[in-house]
Design a protein around this ligand. Structure first.
Ligand code: TRP
Length: 418
């Protein structure tokens, strides 16, 4: 696999450092410092990387428009593993982002063979969970969004088979619908800008989805009519495939600009103003004026029994409506970072860094940083036994799930309407 990652593989191990080095994902530390409020998922090292998140941090700080979009493939019921992205989207909406969520039923049907009926049934549960967690904004099913499908077609004019092979390892036996679901995801990521106008867009995803982000950035660039380049003493607006009338419109917008074959040079106008004007001109002439999408990448929580969290391993996770005795059993039976004997545990302390139960608290169940630090201290100091910790963790999970279910029931009508 040339890309080093297959978003559809059920057995992924992502090597974070290699991804950073090879594909230019940036570590999140520095941009996080530009935020007025650093969210728990960045503070706690869950979100590890990003592309172009500086644009989003600026928009949050300056209260300028930005979009946030993610998508869920309804191949089964939503569960613990989906919570992180949901929380990231909700957080960005609270920071002023214009929220979008796609239910990727085309992908689930094409790649996993899920019936349309099941897609709808599962999709509704994702939407209920999102609304229950505080999401507000636009949600849609891929298969029912005509403008999305037109945008996917437009995107497909910029993608060829050799790229699909290079990025995803597609071969002669790959179903065409799989390729369609790829360009549909590209369209998802660009859809907020089509729907509500060009603006920076952040796409919170797991590291496995980076190939889609790279492809979308590539397509967004190719769909632009112009590039705007800072040449030091002037700014050059260069046509990539702009109609002559669009180039003329750029020239007319900036008095004193000089028009050449294929570019217009402007002096004395700030870059940002030129970029905005050029976007407006593109849109007026049937273009899109897209910003390249930004992204954040989170690491995955391990399964409760250690190993990978996956719906194909039921003990590794719990669903939002799973009966309490079953959730309790999974947590009480979870792998921990505890020692072989109680005596050793007291003497050496536990190892929270490698403990699925501690990570469950770190990812989701303990919002207060002091309480989390206290849990770590009691564990490492040998003060807390794994049995006691699991009991306390289960109580938090139980309270969390009860509240979530109540809210999910209460917002069912919102999910119905989509
Ligand atoms: N491919 C994603 C998954 O498997 C789902 C998805 C569809 C998505 N469209 C998206 C994710 C747009 C992020 C942005 O889970």
């Amino acid at each position: 696999m040339q890309s080093g990652m297959n978003p559809w593989s059920s057995n992924q191990t992502v090597d974070v450092d290699r991804l950073f080095a090879e594909f230019g994902i940036e570590p999140v530390g520095e941009v996080a410092r530009g935020l007025p409020e650093v969210p728990p998922f960045m503070r706690r090292g869950v979100v590890v990387g990003h592309r172009d998140y500086g644009l989003i941090a600026d928009a949050i700080r300056n209260r300028t428009p930005f979009h946030v979009l993610t998508g869920f493939m309804p191949s089964g019921l939503p569960h613990l593993g989906h919570l992180m992205v949901m929380k990231e989207v909700v957080w960005h909406v609270r920071q002023g982002g214009n929220g979008y969520v796609a239910i990727a039923d085309r992908e689930a049907h094409a790649v996993r063979g899920i019936s349309w009926e099941k897609c709808r049934e599962y999709g509704k549960e994702y939407l209920k969970a999102l609304y229950a967690l505080g999401f507000c904004g636009t949600t849609y099913y891929q298969s029912r969004n005509d403008r999305l499908k037109d945008l996917a077609f437009e995107a497909s004019t910029k993608v060829n088979f050799s790229e699909l092979t290079a990025i995803y390892g597609f071969g002669p036996e790959t179903s065409l619908s799989h390729a369609v679901s790829v360009v549909t995801q590209v369209a998802d990521i660009l859809f907020p800008q089509l729907d509500a106008g060009p603006a920076p867009t952040v796409v919170p995803v797991g590291l496995d989805q980076d190939p889609h982000i790279r492809l979308t950035r590539d397509v967004a660039y190719k769909l632009r009519m112009f590039t705007v380049e800072d040449r030091g003493d002037h700014i050059s607006v260069r046509s990539k495939n702009a109609p002559e009338a669009a180039l003329e419109a750029v020239h007319r917008t900036f008095s004193g600009s000089k028009k050449y074959a294929g570019h217009v040079d402007v002096t004395g106008v700030p870059m940002a103003r030129i970029e905005d004007a050029v976007r407006g001109i593109e849109i007026a002439r049937g273009g899109f004026g897209f910003y390249l999408p930004s992204s954040t990448y989170h690491i995955f929580m391990p399964g409760l029994q250690g190993g990978k969290m996956s719906s194909s391993v039921p003990e590794s996770l719990f669903g939002f409506y799973e009966p309490e005795p079953s959730v309790r059993k999974k947590i009480m039976g979870a792998l921990t970072g505890g020692r072989m004997t109680l005596e050793e545990q007291k003497r050496l302390g536990g190892e929270p860094g490698a403990c699925p139960v501690f990570l469950l608290n770190l990812f989701h169940m303990l919002e207060d940083d002091r309480e989390l630090a206290d849990l770590r201290r009691r564990c490492e100091g040998g003060e807390l036994t794994c049995g006691q910790c699991k009991k306390e963790t289960y109580e938090r999970v139980q309270a969390f799930l009860r509240e979530l279910r109540d809210k999910m029931d209460a917002v069912e009508h919102l999910a119905e309407e989509v």
